[in-house]
Ligand binder design. Sequence first.
Ligand SMILES: Cc1ncc(COP(=O)(O)O)c(C=O)c1O
Length: 436
Amino acid sequence: MNANRQHIFLPWTVQEQEDPVLEFVRGDGVYFYDRQDKCYLDFLSQLFNCNLGHGNHRVIEAIRNQAEQACCISPQLLTEERSLLSKELIQLVPGDLDKCLYVNSGSEANELAFIMARMMTGRPKIFAKYRSYHGTTYGTLGTAGDPRRIAVEPGPPGCVRFFDPYCYRCDFKLEFPDCCIHCLDALETQIQLENPATVAAIVVEPVTGAAGGFPLPEGYLKRLRAICDKYGILLIADEVITGFGRTGKWFGVNHENVIPDILVLAKGLTSGYIPMGAIVVRSHMSQYFESRMLPIGGTYAGNPIATAAARACLKAYQEEDCVNNAQKMGALLLKKLGELKECHPCIGDVRGQGLLTCVELVRDRVSKLPLIESSNSASLARLIRRQAWENGLHFLARGNLILIAPPLVVNTDQISEGIQKLDHVLTWLDSTLKQQ
Ligand SMILES: Cc1ncc(COP(=O)(O)O)c(C=O)c1O
């Protein structure tokens, strides 16, 4: 066992299979370095969060200044920074989303979003997609459909799962756009069968992250919004990954001009520099809670250092033109991944939006036979990740998926560098598969 991990649990892994563990020492822009000073291109923004890249001076300075002024302030007190951050966020988010609640992570944000939705509607059920991940608490892990839910099966009362618009492997064996998004018709039927008067909210990620790596097809969110309106169901957009420019617009919902009732934010809010999440609700919800007890919150909500980091991040995203860059670099990345597909038979599908992209691996492109049959089988994915590290590249390999999400400040040369390194990894994979 690597002595340095002796007293630490590593998340989402079989501990003993992880050695040797990459030991991060320092980061610089889109690169980071290990204990042997080997350089890695961070094609995952650590875990979809380091949107500004490593060592952003503006954010570090804001953290330092705030730490000198005050590190600990009760969440029940107002500070100028908390008020300003809320005002700035409200200016960025769409429609009449007008009030923020601060938390410390995406999991906590979704957890509280589910609670608020249940309180507001008086209904018990939360609908989530089968291929979704909304966090690691009992309420979020158990509600989402990702296989990691096995840890808390059968999950919290009221969780209901529905089929995804996973077009590459459509559960209904249909093709977009000829299908007219049939999976939404199926969802509506399911809502009727469940009794709409028991459904508090439907939660979706505008682009599914680690649980599937696919964007919602065009038109999906708009129609989902209409279904929610028809039955008085709240729409929760989990933008923990997609928020703050990741998809080439400020928020994933902006692509369809949809206003969710609850917008769930974390990761990019502080570019991962300090833990922070937030939920932002529409005016009908903020009005509802204006005269009623809000029985939720946390000691560290709106921590001053996190608040300062978030404000600095918002400024940096704007001044460094990150959202436009994500859109341009995302288009380039997707094009180059498409070119890789031409050369590597192990690539079944390439998809994404902005700088949130996914390569789905197969054993046979025609039959779409998955590379790994069970999504719980981690060994080949681990070998792929190791091979990437060998090549100085960091991405997420999970099941049949390679997820690539570089910092929003990535440039064309760095995209080319990452693609070249990925090319080497896939060449290794193609030859490994041939030998099996
Ligand atoms: C879509 C989505 N929602 C929620 C979460 C949970 O966020 P956190 O890890 O900050 O608790 C994640 C984490 O990856 C996520 O990808």
